[in-house]
Design a protein around this ligand. Structure first.
Ligand code: UD1
Length: 420
């Protein structure tokens, strides 16, 4: 077990380079199953979730060649099992993409009910509804989703909730289905466009990704391809907020600024200087920010994944701010940890009322989930004294080299073993 030790109140100056998008990688790695030949994927983030997915692919029989830390070639031609490993799959939410990918290629899949962060009830009924509409028969037995189809046939599917996972899973299954599949009320997150671009590079015919109506015309063959994953929107947003929390002047490189518009707008409202360049964003913050209200929404709204980091900025802002979490009802578990550091937050259901204070104070805290873990790092950087964060396994699932990137801009953060 490892912990972060952070000495707070040091301003940050310099550059941080963003890695490939976790949520794209988690869809694109399983999507490579659909190809007939090898796919090479570049700009992969070096995070634990990617390691688990590569292992899951190898367990199915695929050959993976790590050509570099951020580049892998996957040859799915050797896949000889359609049953995804139970213990490994439970470690991450995105294991559900094996359903769409295996069904699309082999018309058969056995996938454990997904794991991932504990941030409230996370049903997959919309995935199931979409797959059933394509002709898949689905049974849940002992925690395993068993899915089979004689033939996949294109259908019109309306999603009752805007779901990133269901949109991508249906897209994967529909690529090689007979006829045309239409997904209405589809999610519009950048990962959906990235995954559609990857599938189209293999020869799929997907139109409308990034809008709320996606049309997929089934094709017979999907060949291998090369693809470079887009920069991580959430990692970018985390470092933008972090720079504002710690204060200083930080240039965040290798980003797509339009993906962060909701975040930039809110930060500007708070009085923080956000300068957008073609592929970088500079954050300059020297004074105490002003409070704002935030409501999380599907893209292009304010991302739920940045709600927890943003709550740290509101904790030290001037005035009172309200966060309304409209995506996940259980995404305020980090609040108790922030309160240990002096934050004044009241949670009522999906709403958090945050009364800004001048300074947080360092304390031993726990990363209760991935983005909550990031929020604790932010809090530690802003706090007076020492903060010790445990449960780093959550953070390591989704942030590449977090402490190295931070040390590079002047943060005092150290990874230590439990005994130190
Ligand atoms: C993805 C992201 C996650 C992000 C979330 C919302 C990945 C691997 N993870 O998760 O980082 O926080 O989008 O932006 O890409 N829902 C249903 N039924 C379903 C599916 C979803 O009711 O079948 C609900 C969920 O409970 C949630 C909302 O829809 O309230 C959005 O969930 P969804 O977009 O599916 O999230 P994930 O794909 O799991």
């Amino acid at each position: 077990m490892e912990k972060f030790k952070i000495e707070g109140c040091h301003k940050l100056y310099g550059e941080i380079t963003i890695s490939g998008a976790k949520n794209s990688a988690l869809a694109i790695l399983p999507a490579s199953i659909l190809a007939e030949k090898s796919c090479t994927i570049r700009n992969l983030p070096a995070i634990d979730d990617v390691t688990y997915l590569k292992e899951l692919l190898r367990n199915l029989g695929a050959k993976t060649t790590d050509e570099d830390i951020d580049k892998v070639t996957i040859n799915p031609a050797y896949i000889n099992s359609f049953a995804v490993d139970f213990e490994l799959a439970k470690k991450l939410r995105a294991s559900y993409y094996f359903l769409g990918a295996l069904l699309g290629k082999y018309k058969e899949a056995e996938v454990p009910f997904p794991g991932g962060c504990d941030i409230g009830v996370r049903p997959i009924d919309q995935h199931i509804k979409g797959l059933e509409a394509l002709g898949v028969e689905i049974k849940l037995e002992h925690g395993i989703i068993k899915a089979k189809a004689k033939e996949l046939i294109g259908a019109s599917i309306y999603l009752d909730v805007v779901s990133v996972g269901a949109t991508i899973n249906i897209m994967l299954a529909a690529c090689k289905a007979k006829g045309i599949t239409t997904i209405e009320n589809a999610a519009k997150e950048p990962y959906i466009v990235d995954t559609a671009n990857f599938l189209n590079a293999m020869g799929a015919n997907i139109k409308g990704a990034g809008t709320d109506v996606i049309k997929i015309k089934g094709v017979e063959h999907l060949s291998g391809c090369e693809h470079s994953i887009i920069p991580d929107q959430i990692e970018t947003g985390t470092y933008m907020i972090l720079a504002a929390v710690a204060k200083g002047d930080v240039l965040i490189k290798n980003v797509i600024p339009t993906h962060l518009e909701s975040v930039s707008a809110k930060m500007r409202e708070m009085g923080i200087e956000v300068i957008e360049y073609e592929d970088s964003i500079r954050i300059i913050s020297n004074t105490r920010p002003k409070s704002v209200n935030i409501k999380t929404l599907p893209y292009p709204g304010f991302p739920t994944d940045l709600q927890q980091p943003m709550s740290v900025l509101l904790s030290i802002a001037e005035g009172t701010g309200i966060i309304t979490e409209s995506i996940y009802e259980g995404r305020f578990k980090h609040v108790d940890e922030l309160k240990r550091m002096g934050a004044k937050i009241k949670v009522d259901g999906r709403v958090a009322l945050i009364e800004g204070i001048e300074k947080l104070s360092g304390a031993p805290v726990c990363a209760t989930d991935l983005r909550a873990g990031a929020a604790m790092v932010l809090a530690g950087l802003a706090a007076e004294g020492e903060t010790i964060i445990s449960n780093l396994n959550h953070i390591d699932r989704g942030y590449e080299n977090l402490e190295d990137k931070l040390i590079h801009v002047g943060a005092k953060i150290k990874r230590v073993h439990e005994t130190e």
